[in-house]
Design a protein around this ligand. Structure first.
Ligand code: ADP
Length: 369
C-alpha cells in the first residue's frame, strides 16, 4: 500500500509518495501550470506525476496507491481534523473559496484530478487551518462588531498548521516533558509564529488571511488598518490587495528582492537590505515575547522553514532580544544549524527542526484510513 501526498498551488504542484511505513519513495515539483507552452492544467500535472512514478518504478501500477492526502489551505471552523473527501466535504471546500479565493480553488483542482485518475483511492483533506482550531475565543476574535464573526466568519484562522503541528510534535519528543510551552517559528517565504501549550495551538500570528503577522517575502504583515483605507483613495481594492500581498515585505522595503538570501548577501552594502532584516527579526522577537505571556512561561523556541532552518544570523538577531527571558545561544551550534542551539545553561531551549509538511499529511492520512 502506498500513500500519495498532493499540494496543489495556483501554478504549481508538489507531490510525494510514501510507503505504508511512511518512508518517502519519490517526490516531485511541477511548476508553471497553466502558462503557455507548459503543463496545461492540474489534471495534466497529476497525470505527469503518476507517469513519472510508474517510470521510476516507485509504483508498478496505479492501484497500489490506496490513499491520497491533499493539502487544503482553508477548512474554516468546520474542519478540525483530517477529513475523508465526500461530495459534501468538497462542496464545503468550494464554499470556503469565498474566504480563501487564492488557495482553495487550486486545492480543489488537485482533488478533482486525483478523483479522476485514481478513482479507487481514498481522498483525504488535511487542512492548514485545522491545527489552530484550538485557539480560545479571546485569541481568535477581532474587536469588530460581533455580527462580522457570526455572519461572515471574520476571525483569526491561522495557517501553516501542518508545519506547526509537525514541529511541535518533534520539539515535544526532544523536550521529554509531559506538559510543555513552545513557540514555533515557521520562517519561509511566508512566515508565522505559533504558541503551543501541551501540543495545542493557543495563538498564532497569521489571521483571517496569511497577510497578518510579521513582514514576509512580499507580504506586509501587520499594518494600521487605516493605511489600507488610505491606499484605496488612489487604488482599487484589488490593487491594494496586490500591493499588500505581492509588493510589500522584504521586496517592498529592500527594493531588491523577496528572497532572504539576497538580503543576507547585500546587507553590508545596502542599508535597505539590513533594514528589512532588522524589521523582520525585531517583529518575530516581539511575537515570541508576547506568546511567552499567552503561555505564561516558555520551555522552547523552535525555528523551521527555509530561513528558520538555514540562517544562524537571523536566529541570533531574533534571540538577542530574548536574553532577559533566559535565552542563551551556543554560537557555534547556531552557526552550523544543529538541532539544539541553546547552551546548557539557557532557561529556554532553542531548536532548529526541518519541517516536513508532506510527511505530516501522509501520517494524518494513514491514521484516518
Ligand atoms: P516556502 O515558504 O515557499 O515553502 P521556504 O520555506 O523554502 O519557502 O523558504 C524560502 C525562504 O528561505 C527564502 O526567503 C529563501 O531565501 C530562504 N532561504 C533558503 N535557504 C536559505 C539560507 N541558506 N539562508 C538564508 N535563507 C535561506
Amino acid at each position: 500500500m502506498k500513500i500519495l501526498v498532493i499540494n496543489a498551488g495556483s501554478s504549481s504542484l508538489r507531490y510525494e509518495l510514501f510507503s505504508s511505513k511512511l518512508v518517502s519513495l519519490s517526490e516531485g515539483y511541477i511548476q508553471r501550470i497553466g502558462q503557455k507552452g507548459q503543463t496545461k492544467d492540474h489534471l495534466t500535472a497529476v497525470k505527469n506525476a503518476l507517469d513519472t512514478l510508474l517510470k521510476e518504478n516507485a509504483i508498478s501500477q496505479l492501484s497500489e496507491i490506496k490513499a491520497v492526502g491533499h493539502r487544503v489551505v482553508h477548512g474554516g471552523e468546520k474542519y478540525t481534523k483530517p477529513t475523508r473527501i465526500t461530495t459534501s466535504v468538497q462542496k464545503e471546500i468550494r464554499r470556503l473559496c469565498k474566504i480563501a479565493p487564492l488557495h482553495n480553488p487550486p486545492n480543489l483542482e488537485g482533488i478533482r484530478a486525483c478523483q479522476k485518475l485514481l478513482p479507487k483511492a481514498v481522498q483525504v483533506a488535511v487542512f492548514d487551518t485545522a491545527f489552530h482550531q484550538t485557539l480560545p475565543q479571546k485569541a481568535f476574535m477581532y474587536a469588530l462588531p460581533y455580527l462580522m464573526y457570526e455572519k461572515q466568519g471574520i476571525r483569526r484562522y491561522g495557517f501553516h498548521g501542518t508545519s506547526h503541528a509537525y514541529i511541535s510534535k518533534e520539539t515535544r519528543k526532544l523536550l521529554k516533558k509531559k506538559s510543555s510551552k513552545i513557540v514555533t517559528c515557521h520562517l519561509g517565504n511566508g512566515s508565522s509564529i505559533t504558541a503551543i501549550q501541551n501540543g495545542k495551538s493557543i495563538d498564532t500570528s497569521m489571521g483571517f488571511t496569511p497577510l497578518e503577522g510579521v513582514p514576509m517575502g512580499t507580504r506586509s504583515g501587520n499594518i494600521d488598518p487605516a493605511i489600507a483605507l488610505k491606499l484605496t483613495e488612489k487604488r482599487t481594492p484589488a490593487q491594494v490587495d496586490h500591493l499588500l500581498n505581492h509588493e510589500s515585505g522584504f521586496k517592498g522595503i529592500s527594493g531588491l528582492s523577496s528572497d532572504m538570501r539576497d538580503l543576507l548577501k547585500t546587507r553590508k552594502t545596502r542599508k535597505k537590505s539590513q533594514l528589512s532584516i532588522d524589521m523582520y527579526t525585531y517583529r518575530i522577537a516581539q511575537y515570541i515575547a508576547a506568546y511567552s505571556a499567552s503561555l505564561k512561561g516558555l520551555d522552547a523556541i523552535t525555528f523551521t522553514g527555509g530561513i528558520g532552518q538555514n540562517s544562524g544570523y537571523i536566529r541570533a538577531q531574533i534571540c538577542q532580544y530574548l536574553t532577559h527571558l533566559g535565552v542563551k545561544l551556543d554560537a557555534a551550534k547556531n552557526r552550523t544549524n544543529k538541532k539544539l542551539i541553546s547552551t546548557k545553561g539557557s532557561k529556554i531551549k532553542v531548536m532548529v527542526i526541518p519541517t516536513d509538511e508532506e510527511k505530516e499529511i501522509a501520517t494524518q492520512t494513514l491514521r484516518l484510513i
